[in-house]
Design a binder for this molecule. Sequence first.
Ligand SMILES: Nc1ncnc2c1ncn2[C@@H]1O[C@H](COP(=O)(O)OP(=O)(O)O)[C@@H](O)[C@H]1O
Ligand code: SF4
Ligand SMILES: [Mg+2]
Length: 326
Amino acid sequence: MTISSDSPLLQIDSLSVHFSIERGLLRRKVGEVRAVDGVSLDIHPGETLGLVGESGCGKTTLGRTVVKLQSATGGEVLFDREPISEKIQTARDVQLIFQDPFSSLNPRMTVGEAIGEVLRQHQIVPPEKVAGRTAKLLQMVELSPEQAHRYPHEFSGGQRQRIGIARALAVEPRLIICDEIVSALDVSVQAQILNLLTKLQREKQLAYLFISHDLAVVRQIAHRIAVMYAGKIVELGETEKVADDPLHPYTQALMASARGEGVTLGEVANPADLPSGCHFHPRCSLAKDAAGETASECATNYPKPIETDNGRWVACHLIPEVRTHV
Ligand SMILES: Nc1ncnc2c1ncn2[C@@H]1O[C@H](COP(=O)(O)OP(=O)(O)O)[C@@H](O)[C@H]1O
Ligand code: SF4
Ligand SMILES: [Mg+2]
């Protein structure tokens, strides 16, 4: 797969989102949840960046921050090299679709009305052209224009997700953040939606930030994959490399689990009470010697990400040992 070498469309630079934990009448701060902690990523026009990690690692918070539904506590997000905080246009340029499109569709509005509402609100076409554009958008997502007169409950899960995509496309975005959008669907319907996203990407040079807890799904669509653990990116690189030859012990565990191999990893790190050193160390077999002792550097220092290959980054102290461990 070739990716455009243009300058990045989206640049996420050392982004952090920490939530305060407050107690008592005076709402005293007693701690914080480090949902996103110093994440840097970029996405090019026409590229799909997959973001994968277990539930609670910060994926949704990251996506919501990019569309300004959540404010950052540190770092910045640039779109077209300008801070998103200063760009009004971002509301159109970047769209978010999430797992349950039904919750964002008004059950009393027909699908045509729901799409028409977006077209009118953003004045995408003059009022007399709304119906025609709505029909075209339904065709783009492989639904028929006649279905515009139906209500959301009359559609299947996969069709509702298509409607969600049509609504996002209505404003002619350049980047769509897809947050677990196929997670509730059967495997065959998942494949149809992934194919549709790929087709639309080719036609429109769209970029996607494709978020999922499932590495098997992400590898089907992403050009590059970023693996997130406890608010940080632990591995980043081209899909073939990350999925076929994972270097980080956490990516290796995710891959084994995607292959259906039973891996017992233990508890996910709690972002309100992160382990010292490498956040993955309590679950990492590579870090432990024969007696079960954790390597001291793993238990004390967070590993600095290292570029192991062109564009391939891994945050692990024991990278040289990784390959022999697989
Ligand atoms: N508004 C919030 N206030 C406090 N904690 C939050 C808030 N939103 C998310 N979190 C916490 O941030 C962490 C990351 O959550 P989330 O971004 O939803 O992860 P993911 O999408 O990877 O499952 C979780 O521990 C979650 O409980
Ligand atoms: S730094 Fe240590 S604990 Fe963390 S993934 Fe690498 S080997 Fe495991
Ligand atoms: Mg989520």
